[in-house]
Design a protein around this ligand. Sequence first.
Ligand SMILES: Cc1cc2nc3c(=O)[nH]c(=O)nc-3n(C[C@H](O)[C@H](O)[C@H](O)COP(=O)(O)O)c2cc1C
Length: 186
Amino acid sequence: MPAARYIVITMSCRSEDIIEFLLTRRSIRQFKPDPVPDDLVLKIVDIARFAPSAGNRQPWIFVVIKDKELKDRLASLHSGSSPLLRAPVGIVVACDKNQSPISYQVDCANATMYIMFAAHALGLGTVWLQTLRNVEEIQKLLDLPENYVPIAIVALGYPAEKPQPRPRKPLEEIVYLNKFGSKYVT
Ligand SMILES: Cc1cc2nc3c(=O)[nH]c(=O)nc-3n(C[C@H](O)[C@H](O)[C@H](O)COP(=O)(O)O)c2cc1C
């Protein structure tokens, strides 16, 4: 496995480009059969290490799933996990609740979003697949110790679709000034 690691990330993009980048990420559920090279997978999890975590405890681990049988088992956990059938790679983000008992779910959600954005930057597609109703089953399938809670499965691959943006709630409905109910946006 290549040993390159990000130490310092320099930014040379214009802010408009970064905003466009954020707004053009979509959940991808249809993937090309092409494999994702290991160096790209490693680059993505390397970047995920830079996600913020409470007390910088970084309680996450990343389990890369390439074995077809295991991937198919995870894909059949529930009706929403089927995109993993079509993705060449899955990444299970698991969090050590002993290391960060209060914030482990939030920490791992941050790392999951970093995975999704890193993949988007590299021209890859992702979708976050729910794990929280199947924690023990996933722990068993991956030999995870009981303190490692799977927070997300990210299906990863080259996109075979260009979905339209999903609708978002209007700002007026979700932004308040100082107190709940006091309008900020008119
Ligand atoms: C915690 C969480 C769980 C999700 N679970 C699933 C899932 O099991 N299957 C799926 O297809 N999409 C899942 N999604 C993806 C959402 O459906 C998707 O992010 C949302 O519809 C907005 O679409 P967008 O990501 O394209 O903006 C999940 C997203 C989150 C954050």
